[in-house]
Design a protein around this ligand. Structure first.
Ligand code: PLP
Length: 393
């Protein structure tokens, strides 16, 4: 068999690989503490479960419109209009199979062979792979741990060329927790609009911000720059609905229609009854969302304080999302902890049954990612094990 050149350009998602090995160990009876997955440990909101159950009972199990049920598209457009003054209507809203689906379709819709997409790194694993899969060239702009991984306009604008089709923003950022300030976002959007470059903002972690930071949204700029501003969002993290696979794209009609056309030949509509659940969550799960934000804030403090107490580890408090991204390079090289973050993560999993993700997956050979989307008990136990592992390394 000869596989396509297109598929040879991409690797398996490193985060899913860690999850698979952790599952294998669990199947052997090992008590794994999982800091690898970006998966909330909370139950999906009751209203969502109830609405999906009702939809199933009512026989709402057929194909829907390819671009999603109209009431969900309307509700999403209305939510962004209300919160951020965006001009998008249901016609500029596409319901996708997870945020991942929306990102993939937008990338395929924008990128030709050799097109450049500028993104800040360290970055979520799938961005670079999706760009490569589409034939594009990821142009990576580093963010700096000493600057809390803030996403800055200047280096991003300096990376634009005649071949740039899109700038990809992810604030709050997975894996760094870095955020972009409104004035930096505006500077990027203004210059990109002038050059006809799309700014695609992945706001999957929008609600998870700490210490009073006001995240804003690219939606605030959509009325002013309607032809070049697009947003991807997701129900996965905000509402602890990862398995439901509901995300969305809002943006210029041309882009949304193109993404819908791609969707019409790949997944078709997102799951019918899951969309009903998502609609109920959007309208009726604010209490649960606030409770999750409070809990993440507590875990973040606890995790960061304990990490920084370990000799040779430095960890800036993430401004958003639910990951710590500690710098561990002082602990690498020629000792029991391994020479690279990948070796360290493998040894930690095999010796202490703690799953974390090595920084290489995100483009850093100095960091690891620790998810705090897990219970307080797991957090305490996992940190005990990490301390033990490093104490003898
Ligand atoms: N964007 C970022 C930055 C993510 O971390 C993830 C998931 O981990 C996604 C998008 C996609 O999430 P989903 O496809 O579950 O909506």
């Amino acid at each position: 068999m000869q596989l396509s050149r297109r598929v040879a350009r991409i690797r398996e998602s490193a985060t899913l690989r860690v999850a698979r090995r952790a599952l294998e160990l669990r199947a052997q009876g090992v008590q794994v503490v999982d800091f690898g997955a970006g998966e909330p440990d909370f139950a999906s909101p009751r209203v969502a479960v109830e609405a999906a159950r009702q939809a199933l009972a009512d026989g709402f199990t057929k194909y829907t419109a390819n671009n999603g049920i109209p009431e969900l598209r309307r509700a999403l457009a209305e939510r962004y209009r209300r919160d951020f003054g965006s001009p998008w209507t249901a016609a500029e809203t596409l319901v996708t199979v997870g945020g991942k689906g929306g990102l993939f379709e937008s990338t395929l819709a924008l990128v030709d062979d050799g097109s450049e997409v500028v993104l800040h790194t360290p970055a979520w694993v799938s961005f670079v792979e999706q760009i490569r899969f589409a034939g594009g060239v990821p142009v990576e702009v580093p963010t700096d741990g000493a600057d809390a991984f803030a996403i800055r306009a200047e280096p991003i604008l300096a990376a634009l060329t005649d071949r740039t089709r899109a700038v990809l923003l992810n604030s709050p950022c997975n894996p760094t927790g870095g955020v972009i300030r409104p004035e930096e976002r505006r500077a990027i959007v203004e210059e990109c609009a002038r050059r006809g470059i799309v700014v695609l903002s992945d706001e999957t972690y929008e609600r998870f911000v700490y210490d009073g930071f006001a995240p804003g949204s690219v939606a605030e700029l959509a009325a002013e720059f309607p032809d070049t501003v697009a947003l991807v969002g997701s129900f996965s993290k905000t509402y602890a609905m990862t398995g439901w696979r509901i995300g969305y794209l809002l943006g210029p009609r041309e882009l949304v229609d193109a993404a819908a056309r791609i969707q019409s030949h790949s997944t078709s509509n997102a799951t019918s009854f899951a969309m009903k659940g998502a609609l109920a969550a959007l309208d009726g799960a604010e209490t649960e969302v606030r409770a999750m934000i409070c809990e993440y804030a507590w875990r973040r403090r606890y995790l960061i304080d304990r990490l920084n107490a370990i000799p040779g580890i430095r960890c800036a408090a993430p401004r958003g999302a639910f990951y710590a991204f500690p710098e561990i390079s002082a602990r690498l090289g020629g000792n029991g902890a391994g020479a690279t973050p990948t070796e360290l993560a493998e040894r930690l999993l095999e010796q202490e049954a703690v799953a974390i993700v090595a920084g290489e997956a995100f483009g850093s050979d100095r960091h690891v990612r620790i998810s705090f989307a897990c219970s307080r008990a797991d957090l305490a136990e996992g940190l005990d094990r990490i301390e033990r592992f490093l104490a003898r390394s």
